[in-house]
Design a protein around this ligand. Structure first.
Ligand SMILES: N[C@H](CCC[C@H](N)C(=O)O)C(=O)O
Length: 290
């Protein structure tokens, strides 16, 4: 199958058009796990399928590296927008992308003399609180829930960007123990569909340090929906202004809140396009086992 690898701030996915995988639709979680493996596959944070839509110009389906399907992916939306425009799947520089978590408006900014084009996506309204994410814990005040982690409690704001997020404002996001704490919260019983976990620290009212443990993929270099969830949480807590530069491990993302809608602007980068022989690989392996 023909695939492309793209990344946004180092958050990479393998992109495949729907017609390339029509015969193996029922095996997409398995394909996501295989292509994401940096040793036995291509290496990425997951798989994204680009298809046609009856309600938008193009459709995005996103699978994490563990094969779980997510409702949305901010970095993926920017890369799908770039891919759809450059491959002629759409003819305009502004169009809509359908995801499991809603339909989102994307705008591609013209190339500035060979620089990597920026893409802006309207990620929808700020959706905070336990009623917005799959949550089965105790009653929550001010959209915040405190989860026990070892001897301590870690408070986080619950936010949906189509997918669920637990945003923790911590002393220093850059040195927070994401690998130890992230999985505990991701898989906490109060989150029946698991949850993405952000660790954030305002440098000022317009700048935010950000690290993330993603549901289904673990530590990634960037999480677009997570950056939007973090700014929404910070604005609601009175800690951030409406225009914030988010400093992620892989680079910066500009997030703005206007009339209650969250706008994310950042890069989308093509790494390579090629052919991935997945099923042949399966047959060869079976052959060698006989
Ligand atoms: N791990 C996420 C999906 C990918 C989100 C992230 N890569 C982004 O850019 O928003 C979830 O299970 O909801």
């Amino acid at each position: 199958m023909r695939v492309a690898k793209m990344h946004a701030l180092g958050n990479s996915y393998i992109y495949v058009e729907e017609h390339e995988i029509a015969a193996i639709r029922h095996r997409l979680p398995e394909l996501a796990r295989t292509v994401s493996d940096v040793r036995k596959g291509i290496g990425s944070d997951g798989l994204i399928v680009i298809g046609s839509s009856t309600v938008a110009d193009v459709r995005m389906q996103i699978f994490n590296a563990d094969g779980s399907e997510a409702e949305n992916c901010g970095n993926g939306l920017r890369c799908v927008a770039k891919y759809a425009y450059e491959q002629g799947l759409v003819s305009k520089q502004e169009f809509h992308v359908e995801t499991k978590g809603g339909v989102f408006h994307a705008k591609i900014w013209p190339d500035e003399r060979g620089t990597v084009p920026k893409v802006t996506v309207n990620m929808g309204p700020m959706r905070l609180g336990p009623q917005q994410v799959p949550y089965s814990g105790p009653a929550v005040v001010d959209n915040e829930v405190a989860v026990q982690v070892g001897e301590d409690n870690l408070s986080g704001t619950l936010v949906s960007v189509g997918n669920p997020h637990f945003v923790a404002f911590v002393e220093d996001a850059v040195t927070s123990n994401v690998a130890a704490i992230g999985p505990i919260i991701e898989r906490h019983p109060w989150f029946p569909e698991r949850i993405n976990v952000e660790f954030v620290t305002p440098r000022s009212r317009q700048e935010l340090d950000f690290r993330v443990w993603e549901r289904g993929s673990g530590i990634t270099f960037a999480c677009g929906t997570g950056a939007c969830a973090s700014v929404a949480a910070g604005v609601s807590k009175g800690l951030l202004d409406n225009q914030v530069r988010v400093h992620l491990l892989g680079g910066d993302l500009d997030v703005a809140v206007k009339d209650g809608q969250i706008f994310m602007t950042g890069e989308a980068v093509h790494v390579f396009s090629g052919v991935y022989a997945w099923d042949d690989e399966g047959k060869r392996e079976q052959g060698s086992r006989q």
